[in-house]
Write a protein that binds this ligand. Structure first.
Ligand code: APR
Ligand code: PHB
Length: 394
């Protein structure tokens, strides 16, 4: 088998890149370890920045998003029950975000790929890139007990945090930066109407809580939990009770509870690898960086990497410009680090870190008080939340 760009991973990064490349006539094949149904079963983020919405339009997958996605021009912060609205549109000259689930984005991209007859090889085992520093890299993988070889010009490592791409770079050629937080998020998805029209990020002395949504009839809620907590110990009832205690009373009174469709615990981590490329391998999305979910940046950062690699490949194949290739990593990282900072900052401000009322707790309270009572402070949140501009390769 032979292609121009071999893409490892059929998450949102791999599928979006594949779709954009195909529309420009750049041949690509996606290799995915799991089945399509498994990929669609993962419940992840739900807030899209304008840049990602525009990129999905460019990929031709905007129809259902426009019908079912919800434009939000504000988010709320609830601070020990005091409510502050961040007027996203008013503070950023009219910018907004789109609430549309990652699962739906993935489904739309899968359908678009099927319609254009793009090749995705699901259940590809033991995917292994080779000769990445040469001019003719290739990938080997197993399917149905047979070993296959895929020759290509470039490899896009879109295989998430646990994928093989980053691991195939020699340790002495990359540097990893990591921060692990001493808590996780317990998330619950339910077919109940959202408790409010806008997302509510709540800081409370019992811990952080988030009220989010997928549609007018489907809600997504999260609460901060200790790293030793097990999802089996959280009945739906216990979850709803704890959530109610952490959000303002008038919001709690309106909360409609119901049976969970999904419930899981995710640890919080900040992680970046530098550089994001090695020879002809480019790392994209979660393969290169992880943010804690507090700023809703994970999926959006993946989209901005895709944007950079897509434009780079168009320069290479349509203009023969290979001189921009060395710029990939630095272009992505400029934006990655700013989103890392925002996600870390939001996480630091809104979570409970220690049992004691210590100096750090007072600093956190003072910072929140300042940020939420100053237009400059609220603007900082708003302009990061709607998404910083995409960086250019030149
Ligand atoms: N071989 C082939 N495929 C692999 C391998 C491998 N060795 N390892 C992982 N994969 C696949 C996974 O099964 C998954 O479908 O790669 C895909 C990676 O998808 P995601 O983890 O969703 O990562 P990405 O596409 O970069 O999506 C951006 O940002 O913060 C998050 O929620 C956000 O998941 C989203 C991500
Ligand atoms: C979600 O709806 O899953 C969600 C929304 C906002 C976040 C994180 C997760 O910051």
């Amino acid at each position: 088998m032979k292609t121009q760009v071999a893409i490892i991973g059929a998450g949102p990064s791999g599928l979006l890149l594949g779709q954009l490349l195909s529309r420009q006539g750049i041949d690509n094949i996606i290799l995915e370890r799991r089945s399509g149904e498994y990929v669609l079963g993962r419940i992840r983020a739900g807030v899209l920045e304008q840049g990602m919405v525009d990129l999905l339009r460019e990929a031709g997958v905007d129809k259902r998003m426009d019908e079912e996605g919800e434009t939000h021009d504000g988010v709320e912060l609830a601070l020990d029950k005091r409510r502050v609205r961040v007027d996203l549109a008013g503070l950023t000259g009219g910018k907004t975000v789109m609430v549309y689930g990652q699962t739906e984005v993935t489904r739309d991209l899968m359908e678009a790929r099927e319609a254009t007859e793009g090749t995705t090889i699901y259940e590809a085992d033991n995917v292994q890139p080779h000769d990445l520093e040469s001019d003719s890299p290739y990938i080997t993988f197993e399917r149905d007990g047979e070993t296959h070889r895929l020759d290509c010009d470039y490899v896009a490592g879109c295989d998430g945090f646990h994928g093989v791409s980053r691991k195939s770079i020699p340790a002495d050629r990359i540097k990893e930066f990591e921060k692990v937080y001493p808590f996780g998020w317990l998330g619950l998805l339910a077919d109940t109407p959202p408790v409010a029209d806008e997302l509510i990020y709540a800081r409370h002395e019992r811990g952080f809580a988030l009220c989010s949504m997928r549609s007018p009839t489907r809600s997504r809620y999260y609460i901060q939990v200790g790293l030793d907590e097990r999802v089996e110990d959280w009945s739906d009832e216990r979850f709803w009770e704890e959530l109610k205690r952490r959000i303002p009373d008038d919001v709690a009174d309106k909360l409609v509870t119901g049976p969970s469709l999904e419930k899981s615990i995710a640890p919080l981590r900040s992680f970046v690898v530098e550089p994001m490329q090695f020879g002809r391998l480019f790392l994209v999305g979660d393969a290169a960086h992880i943010v804690p979910p507090t700023g809703a940046k994970g999926l959006n950062l993946a989209a901005s990497d895709v944007n950079t690699l897509y434009r780079l490949m168009v320069h290479v194949y349509q203009e023969g410009r290979t001189d921009l290739i060395p710029n990939y990593s630095a272009t992505c990282l400029k934006r990655v680090w700013k989103a890392e900072r925002f996600s870390w900052w939001m996480t630091s401000m809104l979570h409970k870190f220690s049992e004691e009322e210590d100096f750090a707790t007072r600093m956190q309270q003072a910072e929140l008080d300042y940020v939420t009572s100053s237009e400059a402070g609220l603007t900082t949140i708003a302009e990061n939340y709607v998404g910083l501009p995409y960086e250019s390769l030149e």
